[in-house]
Design a protein around this ligand. Structure first.
Ligand SMILES: [Fe+2]
Ligand SMILES: [Fe+2]
Length: 155
């Protein structure tokens, strides 16, 4: 691969990661609102807090895309597909929300693992550092929601 091919591949991975972050912002906010007031305040609050973090991720990734010569996508160019994160039919269904979040966070963990590897192969330590930092955040989100799942299953 030439240097610009590997840059293009990194930008593509960054674009997809940013699209996922922005879709997550929409769905975490919708689920946080749906869950608030149904004895799920802790989960609702955690999701509301993550909305800000995921939005920050999208911004950092967008800035990196720009430095690498790309342009962050607008909404027409973003495909959305997080089926498991659509708000539940019954607002009381905390477990289905928590499982949707676990699926989204697991996807994010594997996205950033792939990006760490691709950035390393491309010899781009700045993108690699960014992907490592985002990976750590998503692993923490994943662990938190796995804890919520255990708590709900123990009830
Ligand atoms: Fe994120
Ligand atoms: Fe996350």
């Amino acid at each position: 691969m030439t240097e610009s091919d590997s840059d293009d591949r990194l930008v593509e991975l960054l674009q997809d990661a940013r699209s996922d972050e922005l879709e997550t912002v929409i769905n975490y906010q919708a689920n946080a609102i749906a869950l608030s007031g149904v004895e799920a305040q802790e989960i609702a609050d955690s999701l509301a807090e993550d909305v800000g973090e995921e939005l920050g991720h999208a911004e950092e990734i967008g800035e990196r895309i720009s430095v690498l010569g790309g342009e962050p996508r607008g909404s027409y160019a973003i495909e959305m597909s997080q089926e498991a994160l659509q708000p539940p039919e019954k607002a009381t269904d905390q477990l289905s929300v928590v499982e949707g979040v676990i699926e989204a966070e697991s996807d994010a963990v594997s996205t950033y693992q792939d990006l760490v590897e691709a950035a390393d192969e491309a010899g781009d330590p700045v993108t690699e550092d960014l992907a490592t930092e985002l990976l750590a955040d998503e692993e923490a989100h994943l662990a938190e929601f796995e804890g919520f799942r255990e708590g709900l299953l123990d009830e």
